[in-house]
Design a protein around this ligand. Structure first.
Ligand SMILES: [Zn+2]
Length: 393
């Protein structure tokens, strides 16, 4: 990676070390850093939009990012680990950092400030122009969530819980038939993607998939989410009679590939996982809130009421309004940063939706303080048993 910052011999003592790094990295291209008096005549600084419109593959080449295993994969300069995947028009770190625009990539790779990154890009790509005609360009269009749900509902209806998915359920001590019939879990084999792509484009057309925020589904285009086709469990987020979001859990592929992926329109679903089993059925009953859908499903199969969130920060306040009549809430967070983030996000969402008055009259049981193995023996098995043990440490 470019981060081999060689301090040129001439750096005067006491100078800002970052300035030294800049000189080493920028070499003769340096433009306007600490005055335009040195270096070649400076190109005008690009605007942000123009800088972000530079083809990301060209930028990655200019930054000489270290390659990582798999096509179009690089070591992520921001968290310095695998891996950053470079698409035609953006770069996404699938480990930690998420989407990185050109300016962020330069900032991370060269360890420079925002204006310094912009100047570096201006010097390397003086002819870059914004490709954005205006604020109403196609990409800025909001997702058509009705269409989104229609396409996902169609997809779930035409898939089955195949062998790979059934095996996962069995490994978790869950009943595959119930998972398929009630949970509407499905799975897709690595070799099935082309057929699914054909089925969806035949039925809806490419434009509709784009408007629905579903064009990025793994099987559309090379490297759209995982570097190669994988088998996945399809986890549905259901509302009455429709599927509002899906999340894909990878079942094959390399260990360092991201375990989960959701299409663009499925980030934080409008309802939590398990909503139809819980909403309308929770008066005077205890409700569990878990991170991860299979955790929630494990509880649901054991006749507890549970809703699941896709990630530690993907919890919406409006999820909790339908839980107003419940007798208590159990929020499950595993030890560590992710579990802590989940507890905090959930707590904030609860405060915002149900309010202080509700909270004052209801019990919120916190894992580790409340969970008692005898009283809750029915879900002290399989997956959740591990969580319980950890929480008691
Ligand atoms: Zn990263």
């Amino acid at each position: 990676m470019v981060a081999t910052v060689e301090q040129g011999g001439g750096r005067p003592q006491g100078a800002d070390p970052r300035q030294g790094a800049l000189e080493a990295d920028f070499g003769q291209d340096v433009v306007g850093v600490q005055g335009a008096s040195r270096g070649p005549a400076s190109s005008p600084t690009l605007c942000k939009e123009a800088a972000k419109a530079i083809p990301v593959r060209d930028l990655v080449a200019a930054l000489k990012l270290d390659a990582a295993p798999g096509r179009d994969n690089y070591r992520c300069p921001k968290h310095n680990g695998p891996y950053l995947h470079v698409f035609d028009d953006n770069a996404i770190c699938f480990s930690v950092c998420g989407r990185l625009d050109n300016i962020e990539l330069v900032r991370a790779a060269l360890r420079v400030s925002f204006p310094e990154a912009l100047r570096w890009l201006s010097s390397r790509f003086p002819n870059a122009r914004s490709t954005r005609p205006g604020p109403d360009r196609a990409r800025a269009k909001p997702i058509d969530f009705e269409l989104h749900a229609a396409i996902l509902t169609f997809l779930i209806k035409h898939l089955e819980l195949t062998y790979v998915g059934r095996r996962l359920m069995e490994q978790r001590g869950l009943d595959p038939d119930r998972a398929a019939s009630i949970g509407e879990f499905r799975s897709i084999g690595a070799r099935d993607w082309p057929d699914i792509r054909t089925m969806l484009t035949d039925q809806f057309g490419w434009g509709a998939l784009q408007r629905a925020g579903l064009q990025g589904l793994g099987w559309f285009g090379p490297g759209a989410c995982w570097p190669a086709p994988v088998s996945v469990l399809v986890i549905p987020y259901l509302e009455v009679e429709k599927v509002v979001a899906i999340r894909l859990r990878r079942l094959t592929g390399e260990d360092d590939w991201p375990p989960y992926w959701a299409p663009k329109g499925c980030g934080t679903p409008a309802v939590p996982f398990g909503a139809p089993c819980v909403y309308g059925h929770c008066a005077r009953r205890r409700v569990h809130i878990t991170r991860g859908e299979i955790n929630a499903w494990t509880l649901l199969e054991r006749r507890e009421l549970a809703i699941g969130a896709p990630g530690p920060r993907a919890v919406r306040p409006e999820w909790f309004e339908p839980l107003r009549e419940c007798s208590g809430l159990v929020i499950w967070g595993e030890p560590g940063d992710v579990g802590q983030a989940f507890l905090e996000t959930t707590q904030r969402a609860l405060d915002k939706s149900l309010g202080a008055e509700w909270l004052a009259t209801h019990r919120i049981d916190r894992p580790g303080l409340f969970i008692d193995q005898d009283a809750n023996g029915l879900h002290c098995e399989g997956l959740l048993h591990l969580v319980l043990e950890d929480l008691r440490q």
